[in-house]
Design a protein around this ligand. Structure first.
Ligand SMILES: Cc1ncc(C[n+]2csc(CCOP(=O)(O)OP(=O)(O)O)c2C)c(N)n1
Length: 211
């Protein structure tokens, strides 16, 4: 990946940030205070790349050039960008169908991602998966899953594999609030679940409903 803050902190030890309970302003947290201006700019660039990619993909979707579903991540760019910026070589990411932001945040190229939307063989999943099935095993990015909550046991398995192999790393599993299944959480070992609350589900941009 093009950028990471592994030297600043790491996923296994992020307890130094102690914002006030209930605050939404994390600018004074240790983890943010340590960022250089260049690192802040790089985080901003990643968020803007995600936003621009999705704005372009929405236009193509509305022009009916993209088949299947298109779930955008507009307004949530900071989540994947911040989390993925901390990744080291043994850290893993898995998410559901709203996966464009994570793919770009782990360093996948826009061309292979756009080609995937268009169903081309040059897409990251050979054009067979589309928007919901971005994958990059060499970047420890394990999709891209269309079944709500399907990524939760898989993410737990990624975490278990780390523990089994004795590797120091973490698995980040991203899910929406609509996918919380308490039984899945009982299997947690070294696993960070990133649950975000997005009140309007499926497609938050003004696009035709996707199902
Ligand atoms: C097992 C299953 N049930 C239902 C669906 C249909 N479905 C697609 S998205 C969605 C809402 C999920 O909401 P949430 O997990 O909060 O994710 P968000 O779309 O808000 O990011 C549902 C019910 C599905 N894909 N899989």
């Amino acid at each position: 990946m093009s950028f990471n803050l592994k030297g600043t902190t790491n996923l296994s030890n992020t307890t130094n940030a102690k914002p006030e309970t209930g605050t939404t302003d994390f600018s004074s947290a240790d983890i943010n205070q340590k960022l250089t201006n260049e690192q802040k700019l790089e985080l901003f660039r990643t968020m803007m790349r995600i936003r621009r990619f999705e704005e372009r993909s929405i236009r193509a979707y509305q022009a009916k050039k993209i088949g299947g579903f298109l779930h955008v991540y507009i307004g949530q760019e900071a989540i994947a960008t911040g989390c993925c910026s901390l990744m080291g070589k043994n850290d893993h990411v898995i998410t559901a169908y709203r996966d464009h932001g994570h793919a770009l945040a782990v360093g996948m190229g826009m061309n292979e991602l756009m080609a995937e939307l268009y169903g081309k063989a040059t897409g990251c999943s050979k054009g067979k998966g589309g928007s919901m099935h971005y994958f990059s095993p060499d970047r420890n990015f394990w999709g891209g899953h269309g079944i709500v909550g399907g990524q939760v046991p898989l993410g737990t398995g990624l975490a278990y594999a780390l523990k089994y192999k004795g590797l120091k790393g973490a698995a980040m599993t991203f899910l929406g609030d609509g996918a919380v299944n308490p039984e899945s959480f009982q299997l947690v070992s070294l696993l960070l679940f990133c649950v975000k609350d997005s009140t309007p589900s499926i497609v938050t941009f003004r696009a035709p409903p996707t199902y």
